[in-house]
Design a protein around this ligand. Structure first.
Ligand SMILES: CC(C)(COP(=O)(O)OP(=O)(O)OC[C@H]1O[C@@H](n2cnc3c(N)ncnc32)[C@H](O)[C@@H]1OP(=O)(O)O)[C@@H](O)C(=O)NCCC(=O)NCCS
Length: 280
């Protein structure tokens, strides 16, 4: 599959190191510049990372809507409960910050409701009792994606007319069999050519980028991951890859999806973050 370079990134976000968390650039409006990528518009994405230490010791009813509290009660496995809670916390804080930066009143966290669609993707809305048409209308203009890994959650927001997928993965070794089973021949060649010291980061970044694209398409891992082909620039050593870098991401026509997606990746200490987006 031929891969075409896409536009440079337009991302606003915060998370990771303490210093980074203090930087919050107000979101810019959606950019409608058809720059490369087969004339696709370039969306502005906002993202946030939180860790378990950011999660306050509040009772669930202080910040979860009644349906969310009911969902939490069904989660029996401690790890899943922790990840679910941190994902909701991160998503709600991101939405709050976005609305305030857009000049709207800060909503109560319990007034925001994130429910799973039948495919598992998160749907953002206002709780029925909020009785706030401005909030409801503002939330309908947004699309949300959630990812969690270990002690961290990574969420991103985009305009509702944008497909958006985010993924966070801790860098880990993956076997040759994993690469052979889930990666395309070109991706396998990329991995084979990587210096051994960078292999784990590269494989994790490729896998994460595929997940981000498949989450943006709301398919998740229900399809063959080789139907999405990604190419990430080999990670630099040291700090070189701790900023967003473009990924070339191409969808096989069998997916009935945009043929190419905007996609980015970066390192964040022990983890890889990826974001994928395309006009809906
Ligand atoms: C969805 C999937 C890609 C998640 O990958 P993961 O690395 O395990 O987990 P992540 O933390 O990165 O992402 C999980 C989040 O993805 C979101 N998600 C789930 N299904 C999704 C989908 N089809 N499209 C987009 N996002 C989805 C959810 O917000 C979920 O978090 P939450 O359940 O706490 O709200 C993967 O679990 C999958 O595809 N599984 C098979 C399909 C499936 O079981 N879907 C659930 C149906 S209810």
């Amino acid at each position: 599959m031929a891969l075409t370079p896409l536009a440079p990134l337009s991302l606003n976000g915060r998370g990771g190191s303490r210093a980074e968390r203090q930087v919050w650039t107000p979101p810019l409006p959606l950019r409608e510049r058809g720059q490369g990528g087969e004339g696709q518009a370039q969306p502005m994405l906002n993202w946030l990372i939180q860790s378990t230490t950011d999660l306050p010791a509040l009772p669930a009813e202080a910040w979860l809507s009644p349906p969310e509290q009911a969902r939490l009660a069904t989660l029996q496995v401690a790890k899943r409960r922790r990840e679910w809670l941190l994902g909701r916390w991160t998503a709600k804080r991101l939405v709050q910050a976005h609305l305030v930066a857009a000049g709207l009143r800060e909503p109560a966290l319990a007034a925001l409701e994130i429910t799973p669609a039948p495919d598992g993707s998160p749907q953002l809305g206002a709780v029925a009792q909020a009785d706030d048409p401005v909030l409801g209308a503002a939330l309908r203009t947004l699309r949300l994606t959630i990812s969690h890994s270990g002690e961290r959650a990574f969420c991103a927001l985009a305009p509702a007319q944008t497909l958006i997928g985010a993924d966070i993965e801790n860098v880990a070794p993956h076997s040759a069999a994993f690469v052979g089973d889930y990666f395309t021949p070109d991706e396998q060649a990329l991995v084979a050519a990587a210096p051994p010291v960078l292999r784990d980061t590269l494989v994790t970044a490729l896998w994460s980028a595929k997940e981000a694209v498949l989450k943006a398409l709301r398919l998740g891992l229900t399809v063959d991951t080789r139907l999405v082909e990604c190419r990430v620039s080999p990670p630099a050593t040291g700090d070189g890859s701790e900023h967003w870098m473009p990924v070339l991401a191409r969808c096989n026509p069998a997916l009935a999806a945009p043929t190419s997606m905007y996609c980015w990746w970066r390192r964040l200490d022990t983890a890889v973050l990826t974001l994928a987006a395309a006009p809906a």
